[in-house]
Structures are given as C-alpha cells and as structure tokens.
Ligand binder design. Structure first.
Ligand SMILES: *Cc1c(COP(=O)(O)O)cnc(C)c1O
Length: 372
C-alpha cells in the first residue's frame, strides 16, 4: 500500500503524459516556451486571476512573493508555526523576522490570533514594521480568508496565501488560489497537482507585482531584455518538461478532487464515534485533501502499530517551526502557540489519494478501529 499512489495515477495518464513529454523533448524548447505559456494560460482560467507566474518550486514562489514586496532586513512577517519549514524559511532567508501566531482547530492560522498579535504590535508602536501576513491552507483546507482578508486590509498589510497544499480547493465563491494579494502554490509530486520534479506558481491580480515577479524569475531582467538587469533576482523558472506533465494532469484534477473528497467522507464516517479527532467540517469550504489528518493523544502508539501492520502513515508536522533548531538561531517572535504544540504531538495522516483501492481502505479502517 502506498501513502500517495503516484504510480497508479501515472498508469492512468501514461499515454498522454508520455506523448506530451516526448513532444517537448523533440521540440528542443526546454526553458519557458509554448508548454509553459499554455500552462500559465490554463492556470489563469482555472483560478480566475489576472496573472499566473509559473516557477521552480513552492518555496521559490514564496521567496519571489516576499522579494516583490521588497521585504528584507528587520521587517516582520506574521505566519503560523504549524506548517512546512518553507513558509517561514523564506522570511528568514531575506533577513526578515517571522512572528508566529497560533492555529485554531482547523489547523489553519487563527484570525483571532492575528488580530491580537497586530493589536499588541500596534501598542508597542511597531506596526509599520509588519510587511506581510502569510496564511497557509494546511492539508488542503483554505484558511479563513473572509476574516483574514478583512484584517489585512484594515491594517493595509499585504496578504500572501501559501496554497502549496490546496490547489483545487474552493471556499465560498472564491476559486482556488484566488485568495490574498498574492497566492502561491507548489507542484511538488506529492501535492494535489504535482509534476515529476519541482515546480510552483504564483497568482496575483496586480500588474506591478506580476511584472516584478517575472523579472525576479530571470535574474532581475528588464522587461524583454534579459541582459539588462535592474534588480537582484533568481533562476526560478519552471522547465518545459514539467509544464508538459502539468498540462495533462490538470485536466484530471477536478475528478481527482472529487475522489479525494469521497475518500475523506468515508474516513470521517468510519471514525465517527471513536476517540480519533477527525478534520473539522466546514461546509463553505471544499478541501483539496492534500492530507487526511487525525488527532489522538496516543498518536505514537497508533502510528507504531499501523506501521507494524504495513499501513503507511506520516506526521505533519512533528516539530512546530518555533521549536525547530534553525529558528533558535534567528530572531523570531512567538505569541501563544499552545495549539500548535499540542497538535504537533497528536496529529498523524493516513493514506490519501484518488486511486485508493476498496480493499486497502477496508484494511486501514479495520486496523485503526482495533486501536481506538
Ligand atoms: C510543500 C510546501 C511548500 C514548498 O513547496 P516546494 O515546491 O516543495 O518548494 C511550502 N509551503 C507548504 C505549506 C508546503 O506544503
């Protein structure tokens, strides 16, 4: 049994993907070009945003977003510690300081905690140093954008949505990745929309930010002149082979998200009435189900027992970022982070992908129910 069954997915789409990849190899166009252009057009259509900028990874998408906002030394960026390291790593890489605020029981950043944090920073007269808020759509569930967008606008602080895990999700009338001033995603193979290497994308409605990001993507080039460098940038393009893979896979994403939602519903039903804490239901949101994550006080025992029965599990995330060694050496500010600390001790994820066999599902349920 696989935790994420990329092989079954590949078998399903094999002919089309191989055709597209071969076509790219024969074209000799490996960097940018028609495959990347097509992907960006499709991403614009999918999200309804004005600009889609493909790039080399979800991490670089975040880095380029902060760079486009001129975030640097001693600036503050508010974010959650219950996420993948990349979310806060990019802040520190630029010399800025992460301010960690807690998550609520949806595992996403708490809008109340953001407000309390901003009120406190206002009191100590440092509000002008807060240059961005980065929310994360953990496990595929969009953060509470209705509230977070209003807070960000009230304080005139740009909002970056780290949607690395949630491409394909929806929230009220929002299309996927249409949250925030800037929204970033990742095409890492295990994400809901994955390629066969590293990749990512940035979405924005701002012409100014989009043109800056396109410049940063290619060493700070001037518009249409790559040997005239007007700012510091990166090598952060998506390669054409990955775009070719994504051009096929994105056609199946809607159906895959439906399958993921069906599986999540089956898990929820099977675990209702047990001690396992299932993901909280939010009717206005449709998760992309990057992960199906449960919580239990005896997490370590459960994970160990399932491993012995050959049921793959994963723990996202065992160490909240403010406890990571790397952030002991950097200036970061921590508000009350009790939930993040508790959840990192109690969460574990079960296999979640659109190609789950009934027999595997039944085995997972049977083994889990023996333990709780
Ligand atoms: C995966 C992930 C990233 C980084 O994406 P990469 O493509 O691996 O660089 C950033 N943030 C979150 C929340 C992620 O899950």
């Amino acid at each position: 049994m696989q935790f994420i069954d990329l092989k079954s997915q590949y078998n399903f789409m094999q002919k089309e993907i191989e055709h597209e990849v071969l076509d790219t190899l024969r074209s000799g166009q490996f960097i940018m070009g028609p495959k990347v252009d097509l992907l960006e057009e499709t991403l614009i259509e999918y999200t309804g945003r004005k600009h889609a900028i493909s790039c080399s990874s979800g991490t670089d998408a975040l880095l380029m977003s902060l760079m486009s906002l001129n975030i640097g030394k001693d600036d503050y960026v508010i974010t959650t510690p219950f996420t993948f390291i990349a979310t806060a790593e990019v802040i520190a890489l630029l010399g800025a300081k992460p301010i960690f605020v807690d998550v609520d029981n949806s595992y996403n950043i708490s809008s109340r905690a953001i407000e309390e944090c901003l009120e406190h920073i206002h009191k100590i007269n440092k509000l002008s140093k807060v240059k961005a808020i980065i929310s994360v759509d953990l496990f595929g569930l969009p953060a509470d954008y209705c509230k977070i967008e209003v807070i960000a606008q009230n304080y005139s602080i740009p909002l970056i949505a780290d949607s690395a895990q949630s491409f394909g999700s929806t929230y009220k009338t929002y299309r996927t990745c249409s949250y925030g001033d800037i929204c970033t995603t990742s095409f890492f193979p295990a994400k809901p929309l994955g390629c066969y290497g590293d990749g990512g994308a940035i979405f924005t409605d701002s012409d100014e930010l989009a043109s800056k990001m396109k410049s940063i993507r290619v060493h700070g080039m001037d518009k249409d002149d790559k040997y005239n460098n007007i700012r510091l940038g990166l090598t952060a393009r998506l390669d054409a082979v990955q775009a070719a893979v994504l051009n096929v896979k994105i056609k199946y994403l809607k159906d895959e998200i439906i399958e993921r939602n069906k599986l999540a519903k089956k898990y929820n039903e099977a675990f209702s009435g047990t001690d396992l804490i299932t993901p909280i239901a939010q009717n206005c949101k449709k998760s992309a189900w990057a992960q199906y994550t449960l919580r239990h006080e005896n997490r370590d025992y459960i994970v160990e027992s399932l491993t012995k029965k050959n049921i793959p599990t994963a723990i996202y995330y065992p160490i909240p970022l403010h406890k990571q060694k790397v952030f002991q050496d950097f200036d970061s500010y921590n508000f009350n982070l009790d939930n993040s600390e508790k959840f990192s001790r109690e969460v574990f994820s079960l296999p979640m992908h659109p190609y789950m066999k009934d027999s595997d599902f039944e085995k997972i349920i049977e083994e889990c129910l023996c333990l709780v």
